[in-house]
Structures are given as C-alpha cells and as structure tokens.
Design a protein around this ligand. Structure first.
Ligand code: ADP
Ligand code: MG
Length: 264
C-alpha cells in the first residue's frame, strides 16, 4: 500500500492498509454546479492524506462530506467501517466524536487563556478531575512544542503559528481518530508554515491519528503527506505517494506543480 512504501517523514509504523476513511463514487451538485462527479478515495488508518487542487475545485466540499456536514447526491462515505451517508443527526453526532478539526481560522476563544481553551472540550465532554485535566492539557501542549508558560497567555498574545498549535492541541484533546485540516498554513509565513507541518507530523506520530489535510501549499503537502490526492474538475485525477504525484503526467497536475516550482 502506498502509505507503507513511502519514505516520507509522514509515514510511520502506525500506518496500515485498513481504510479509516473511504469515499466511494461520491457526487455533489449545487444548483447547476456539478462540484464532485465521482470521487473515490481511501485513507489508510494512521496515515496522512493531502488533498491538492485549485481554488474552487471542491476540496472543502469533499471534506465537509467526510464529517457529514454535507450529504452527497449519491455515493458512500465510510468512516471507520460505517457508511455515514444514511445516518440520522444523532448517529452523526456519535461519528463526529471520532474527529478533531482544524479549520482555516483557528477559532480559539479570545477571552479564555490557552489552558482554558485546551481544557474546554474535556470540561464539556468528560467528568475528568481538575488534576487529570491539568495533566492532559500539559501533555498535549508539550507534544505540540508549547512550553508551560504559554498556558496562562491569551490567544491575542500568541503568534499565528502558536495559535494554530493551540488549536490542534484543543482539537485533539479528546483523542480523536481522525483530524481534518482545512488550509492550515494559509496566510502564514514560511517559518510558521514549517511549525504547522511539524505539528501535523507530531499528531500523526505521537497520537497515531489519521489526517486529511487540504492545502494549496505544495511544499507543505510534500512535507507531511503519505498520500497526495489531486482534485480537478470534480474527480481525483492523481492519487499516490508524493514521489508518484511529482512525476504525474496529468496536464492539470503538471500545470499546478509547474506554477509552484516556477515561483520558488
Ligand atoms: N453551500 C454551497 N452552496 C452552493 N455552492 C457551494 C457551496 N459550497 C461550495 N459551493 C461551490 O462549490 C465549489 C467548490 O467549493 P470549495 O469546496 O469551497 O472549493 P475549494 O477547493 O476552494 O475548497 C465552488 O464553486 C463553490 O462556489
Ligand atoms: Mg476550501
């Protein structure tokens, strides 16, 4: 399987061939606009899949199907062995507990300290004691490379990259099996982008999570991916380990990669 053959930093011993996410012949139309026209994708448990594609190609729409925020016109969305498409709101709620999400805006609570932000899901969803909450928050911030002194700061006092890491600490504090990232490096400078890449790798290696990352940042994609899926005109036109995608002969992929290599 692609994820195991890859020599990328993102491939770890945790990667297996059992798909955590499987999309089967997914179609989605909004009014006259056919956005997805037959998506097939498997993401093995414990691996990182990056979805590349131009702006407006349907990357966010695809990700929203993975967590049941959108229903397809047809097709299957199998999460951890269960097709979530026919599920009720209540059933979906159970499935969503398997997910952590880091969307473009890090969406921390501005009036809460870092500690309270990361502790929030534990207070909402567990009966953990204060001692346990402190231990868990500290351990998770440590995994994200954040020092204990950061705990008492407010989001406004942090750099963009640190906010992203706090966001991931909060998104993973309940121990999700899957983490979705929608453009986690958009608007960040190159050094901060490296931190975010490290954090995605830390979540995979340290927590064994399955990750799906939407990106239009090719350097970042090649850093973190076990598998890259390229979305164009409603379908995945290339899918495989980064080295395979780099050599792709598909015109849309070639143009996309050339644009980036031309700029750097
Ligand atoms: N809720 C919606 N209603 C109608 N059109 C939508 C909706 N969400 C997305 N679209 C359209 O679907 C296409 C893909 O959008 P999106 O998935 O956000 O692209 P991107 O690849 O940039 O994330 C766009 O043409 C967008 O306008
Ligand atoms: Mg998007």
């Amino acid at each position: 399987m692609a994820a195991q053959e890859s020599t990328r930093a993102g491939s770890g011993p945790a990667a297996s061939t059992t798909p955590m996410i499987e999309i089967v012949d997914l179609h989605k139309t909004f009014g006259e606009t056919k956005v997805l026209t037959g998506i097939n994708l498997k993401v093995p448990a414990g691996s990182t899949c990056v979805i590349l594609g131009g702006s407006g190609s349907g990357k966010t729409v695809l990700m929203k199907h993975m967590i049941g925020l959108l229903k397809p016109d047809s097709g299957k969305v199998i999460i951890d062995g269960e097709d979530i498409v026919p599920m009720s709101v209540r059933g979906l709620q159970q499935v969503r507990n398997k997910f952590g999400m880091v969307f473009q805006a890090a969406a921390l609570f501005d009036s809460m300290t870092v500690f309270e932000n990361v502790a929030f899901p534990l207070r909402e969803h567990t009966k953990d004691s204060e001692d346990v909450i402190h231990q868990k928050v500290r351990a998770r911030l440590d995994l994200m490379g954040l020092k204990p002194a950061v705990e008492d700061k407010f989001p406004a006092d942090l750099s963009g990259g640190m906010r992203k890491r706090v966001g991931l600490a909060r998104a993973t504090i309940l121990g999700p099996k899957i983490v979705l990232y929608d453009e986690p490096t958009t608007g960040l400078d190159p050094i901060t982008t490296d931190y975010v890449d490290d954090m995605i790798l830390a979540a995979q290696k340290g927590l064994g999570v399955t990750s799906v990352v939407i990106s239009h940042d090719i350097a970042s994609a090649f850093n973190v991916a076990d598998q890259i899926a390229f979305l164009s005109k409603g379908v995945i036109v290339e899918n495989g380990p980064p080295d395979q995608v780099r050599e792709s002969q598909h015109p849309a992929v070639k143009v996309f990669l050339q644009t980036w290599f031309g700029k750097n």
